[in-house]
Design a protein around this ligand. Structure first.
Ligand SMILES: O=C(O)c1cc(C(=O)O)c2c(n1)C(=O)C(=O)c1cc(C(=O)O)[nH]c1-2
Length: 231
């Protein structure tokens, strides 16, 4: 596996294991979740959102390439925001309010279940401790995210009319941010992974990330099986 084509094919084949196929997401997009389950998902996923900039800061810290850093830093700005442009974490808090959660109960992480915390922490630790190119490869689930995001937007508008549409702005912004980020990450990974072994490690990193995302949903699914969840 040393040609670029077969390498990118192997990376893209990881879409088979993406969390879009997790039963909880399947039920979400089919309109089968109760409000308490949506709230449980939003409150738990906040833990992922707030840790993404820390994960990206770890990649920056480990990356010796100035050109890569100049582009990668945009991800932190996208989530943390800047003066006058609030960013993804604020957008997620607005989503939280739109589904009926208070900002306080999301910010203090009271609803975050152990499995979600462990999975997200594993992702941040991976970026801190593994070679930076592997950490970049692990972000490549974003190759698969736009389809899921478009499906989710349509599903929320159709099946969950009780959620104010303004609360869905986060997903709309990811429709353009995710493809831009994935394209850059793919460029970096194909440039730096030339040997079969480096390429195999990149594919493994992406498989690891799929496991992180799957575990997050396992944790949520188990905590909110039906009519229970944050009131
Ligand atoms: O809602 C989703 O299904 C989903 C998936 C992913 C992903 O595939 O990792 C990300 C996001 N959302 C997201 O919002 C986000 O900011 C993000 C950053 C990253 C990353 O690994 O750097 N993945 C994702």
């Amino acid at each position: 596996m040393t040609t670029t084509g077969s390498f990118t094919d192997a990376l893209r084949a990881q879409s088979q294991r993406y969390h879009s196929q997790h039963p909880f997401h399947v039920r979400m997009n089919a309109g089968e979740l109760a409000p308490a389950q949506i709230r449980g998902w939003v409150a738990n996923r906040f833990y992922y959102q707030e840790n993404i900039p820390r994960k990206d800061a770890a990649i920056l810290a480990n990356c010796p390439d100035r050109e890569v850093r100049r582009r990668w830093i945009q991800r932190i700005l996208d989530h943390d925001g800047t003066e006058g442009s609030e960013g993804g974490i604020e957008a997620w808090l607005r989503l939280s309010e739109a589904v009926g959660l208070s900002r306080a109960e999301v910010l203090d992480e009271r609803h975050v279940v152990p499995g979600v915390r462990f999975a997200v922490d594993a992702y941040v630790n991976f970026a801190r401790t593994r070679p930076w190119v592997e950490a970049v490869a692990s972000s490549l689930t974003e190759l698969f995210a736009p389809d899921l995001m478009a499906e989710r937007l349509a599903a929320f508008e159709r099946h969950y009319p009780w959620i104010d549409r303004d609360g869905l702005a986060y997903f709309r912004s990811r429709l353009t941010q995710a493809p831009r980020d994935a394209e850059h990450a793919l460029e970096v990974v194909t440039e730096h992974c030339r040997t079969a072994e480096q390429q195999a490690r990149a594919v493994d990193a992406l498989a690891f990330k799929n496991d992180v995302l799957w575990s997050v949903l396992d944790g949520i699914d188990r905590a909110y099986p039906g009519s229970t969840g944050p009131a």
